[in-house]
Design a protein. Structure first.
Ligand SMILES: Nc1ncnc2c1ncn2[C@@H]1O[C@H](COP(=O)(O)OP(=O)(O)OP(=O)(O)O)[C@@H](O)[C@H]1O
Ligand SMILES: [Mg+2]
Length: 243
């Protein structure tokens, strides 16, 4: 069944052109990630991690190969359909949060819902739920500059989950955080995975992340060089110790 894998890439190559030469950012990558998995992508700088994540999130196009995400082959979608597909399936989280400084936490999280037919009262309900899930119900009316880095990233995560996407795609979500905030964000992502069954794909350099995820996919020079199942968080925390 198509939905068996949340993410299914076949022989995907992405070539960028700069001046007169070609950069093979990804070279014939085949990767299948089951629904419900919390997966990390690790590898050296320039190895193709962001390229891989962007292709899966439908914000970049493969040069060749097939990209099937959420049961849909997105390689063949036109831009308008791709945007609609993205809104339904993908929640994005970046290293530098990308919050809009002149909007409150509430307004930042509400943004993706402005593209949906939801009425104002329904939007409010969804936004409040998302902010509650990330532990920021009491910061709704704060502006990004009034929040800590960890809190800003929580707002960004609330914005990523507010439209209830199938997949959360995060590019170095702990890259700009101190050790403690990083652990809190990883813990939150694991809870989203375990409690709300979100498939999460996270690019990271953070060795701490290995303790939180189910699988680490390793990328080097544009190729997938392996996948290891890793020690899971249950090993260090009692099972069922949820939110
Ligand atoms: N838009 C682009 N135009 C040209 N080359 C690009 C573009 N995006 C990425 N590249 C090149 O593709 C290769 C892979 O880049 P990518 O950003 O995927 O690496 P990365 O693994 O995410 O690195 P980092 O850990 O530093 O973020 C690099 O050589 C990079 O310079
Ligand atoms: Mg990158």
């Amino acid at each position: 069944m198509a939905q068996e894998f949340a993410i299914d890439l076949e022989n995907v190559t992405r070539i960028y052109h700069r001046d007169d030469f070609e950069i093979r950012a990804l070279d014939e990558v085949t990767i299948r990630i089951p629904a419900g998995r919390f997966a990390a992508i690790m590898g050296p700088s320039g190895s193709g991690k962001t390229t891989l994540l962007n292709l899966i999130a439908g914000i970049d196009h493969a040069t060749s190969g097939r990209v099937i995400v959420g049961g849909e082959e997105i390689t063949s979608l036109k831009e308008k359909d791709l945007a609609r597909w993205r809104a339904r399936h993908i929640g994005l989280v970046f290293q530098f949060y990308n919050l809009i400084p002149v909007l409150t936490a509430f307004e930042n999280v509400e943004l993706p819902l402005l593209l949906t037919p939801l009425k104002k009262a329904e939007r409010r309900e969804h936004v409040e739920t998302a902010l509650r899930v990330v532990g920021l119900a009491d910061r709704m009316n704060h502006y990004p500059r009034q929040l800590s880095g960890g809190q800003e990233q929580r707002v960004a995560i609330a914005r990523a989950i507010v439209a209830d996407p199938t997949i959360i795609a995060a590019d170095e979500p702990t890259g700009d955080l101190d050790a403690r905030s990083a652990e809190e964000i990883l813990t939150l992502m694991r809870e989203l995975n375990r409690q709300f069954h979100k498939t999460i794909l996270m690019v990271t350099h953070d060795p701490r992340a290995e303790r939180f995820v189910d699988t680490v996919y390793r990328v080097d020079k544009g190729s997938l060089i392996g996948a290891d199942a890793v020690a899971q968080a249950e090993a260090v925390r009692p099972a069922g110790a949820g939110l």
